[in-house]
Design a protein around this ligand. Structure first.
Ligand code: SF4
Ligand code: MG
Length: 274
């Protein structure tokens, strides 16, 4: 059985020292081993951005795609070889700006892949511009007077789009992040895991300390029920989206793969569509 070390390769990441993405890489490697995967049963597909390099840093099948297109490639990989476990990965600029159309449709399609977004609320690779996850008033070289756009509430958007697995974590919490990725891999359907992964070089607002001060763990909310979509939405709205843990999971809805498997010349039975 593979251990997390089997998912390491010899490529040295060129992320800045202290970048949150190192922990996300470690969490994926640990979660893959914990889920009983082998390097040849996993494909990691990434988009463009600092975080997009991750597919080259994991010993598995890998595909470093083009900007905003990790999900179309990942879905193609999954449909071509349904025995592979597929992880798609990238940053907030990649997945929630140019790639947002793909994100929403992959969610509602409920295709059986795990999408891990390293959310640093900035464009890091291009040296620090405002992203769709930057808060209003956020100053960068692209918005020197402060952003006049609202940040995208991405977890709420996912719930509205019909997501069956929505989770959020912080790169500093390796234990929780590893567990959520393992749960996402085991989920039969699309799993979205948004990870606050600080950009220590360009984002001087949303720092490690800022997240420690502002994030609320769902485990601290008494009676929180991750199968209750209404409660998930309300909790996100009450906390400005700054919660960590398993926000929502629907274990009943069939995945795209299951429906394809039940499809023949007569179409799907009513039973299939339940
Ligand atoms: Fe990480 Fe930011 Fe450096 Fe990119 S620029 S590697 S996101 S710290
Ligand atoms: Mg980013």
């Amino acid at each position: 059985m593979a251990t997390f070390k089997d998912f390491r390769n010899k490529v040295k990441p060129n992320w800045c020292p202290g970048c949150g993405d190192f922990s996300v890489q470690a969490a994926i490697q640990r979660a893959a081993a914990n889920a009983g995967l082998e390097p040849d049963s996993l494909a990691v597909v990434s988009g463009i951005g600092c975080s997009g390099r991750i597919s080259g840093y994991i010993n598995s099948y890998g595909f470093h795609g083009v900007h905003g297109r990790a999900l179309p490639i990942a879905q193609g990989v999954k449909m071509a070889n349904r025995d592979l476990t597929v992880i798609a990965s990238g940053g907030d600029g990649d997945g929630f700006a140019i790639g947002m159309g793909h994100t929403v449709h992959a969610i509602r399609r409920n295709i059986d892949i795990t999408y891990i977004v390293m959310d640093n609320q900035i464009y890091g690779l291009t040296k620090g511009q405002t992203s769709p996850r930057s808060e209003m008033g956020f100053k960068t070289k692209s918005t020197p007077g402060g952003s006049i756009e609202s940040a995208l509430n991405v977890m709420e958007t996912a719930l509205t789009a019909g997501a069956t697995f929505v989770a959020q974590s912080f790169s500093s919490d390796l234990k929780e992040l590893t567990s959520l990725i393992e749960q996402g891999i085991n989920h039969k359907g699309f799993s979205l895991i948004n990870v606050f992964s600080p950009c220590v070089t360009f984002n001087k607002v949303n720092t490690y300390d800022w997240f420690k001060d502002n994030l609320t763990s769902l485990s601290a909310i008494e009676g929180y029920d991750s199968s209750n979509r209404m409660q998930a939405m309300q909790t996100l709205m009450e906390n400005n989206g700054l919660v960590t843990g398993l926000i929502y999971q629907d274990k009943e809805k069939k995945s795209y793969q299951e429906l394809v498997a039940g499809y023949d010349e007569n179409g799907l039975s009513k039973q299939d569509l339940k």
